[in-house]
Design a protein around this ligand. Sequence first.
Ligand code: PLP
Length: 429
Amino acid sequence: GTGLGLPLDGAKVPAATNSSLGGTKAHSLVFEALQNRVNSVNQDVCEAGDENSFFVCDLGELQRLYAHWHAKLPRVHPFYAVKSNPNPKVLESLSSMGVNFDCASKSEIEMVLKMGVNPARIIYANPCKASSFIRFAKNREVQKSTFDNVEELAKIKKHHPESELLLRIATDDSTAKCRLSTKYGCAMENVDQLLARVKEMGLNMVGVSFHIGSGASDFSTFYKAVRDAREVFDRARNSFGFSNVHILDVGGGFHLDTFDESSHTLNLALDEFFPPTDNVTLIAEPGRFFAASPFTLACHVIAKRAHNDKESMLYINDGVYGNMNCILFDHQEPVPKVLYHDQKFHYWEDQPSTSSVKIPHCPLKVSIWGPTCDGLDCVTQEYFFRHDMVVGDWLYFTALGAYTSSAATQFNGFEQAVDVIYINSASEL
Ligand code: PLP
């Protein structure tokens, strides 16, 4: 039943996430791809798993994201953080646009090199690497890498002495949802000591890197980090005589939602501390900025437990051990949307507006659960829909490409949803 007239008073509805840069036309192409796929599955007769969750990936969105990045941060060259989503078509598409790569491990380096990418376009941005991986990087001529401790320098001296080194400094990431400086980064008071060891060992110091953490609400941390980086540049050049220090790597943590603000603050800091006349090469390691919005995840309702006609539990075939591991590992709150249809399976949008908060009448309260037998496998505790859902219906989640498929497990014997339907809205608009 529609519009039962119950107000949403006091109901907890998750805030809408960013959708995409594509506008309604691109969105309707994604929606069409969802419908076509869903219509092709007859759950009454299909093979086991034919109704598995799947992604629609809009490669046109990647092109728009790159143009947007270039417009807002024209001085900063992106090295895509492969860990956020190593989908081969995404990597190829970014590579063809001229985006470079941040790799965290041997297999990420291998994946990127297999596409024919020049190793000079890779930064091995992991400050704590296994010795064998350092040798691997040397063999594959991957020169650029980050470090933040003396032990790492000793391994690099032994296994890859020509390596081009960026010193990673700690940042104030206290407002970030995903904090990284608790694990990595040299504190400013220890920088001199570390630079002295680089000098002693005769290693090739080329720059400074940092990461402000992800999901930051206060971007003044960018300003402080860039200011600190300037300090390290000056000490390296003036106190230690490193003449080849020329790269500043501003890391990741960029979200499409907050990109106007973060890029603005970053530009102010860069113009103050690293003006164009300095000829410093500026790079970044964005992951989620590129990986999130091109992907929409669709999931099938496999079971339902109705408590009464207003409250029920829905069980879907993807969850916290699958693509929605981002709930636990990345502090994301995926926002479910319903693929509503009539008797003849004509589909319509759940919500005309992107903000679920604006839905006036959502009387049906649901909790949504993943398919494993673990009680932790909960996608959302409390959500409100306008219409009732039944087994066989589909839900979808927009902007769910970052830190989802890249960390999915096969726990309970469920396959990872690797099925991806590709569209390119940029070529069709
Ligand atoms: N660079 C490094 C060293 C990281 O650890 C990460 C994320 O963990 C990234 C880049 C990408 O961050 P984001 O996806 O938030 O842009």
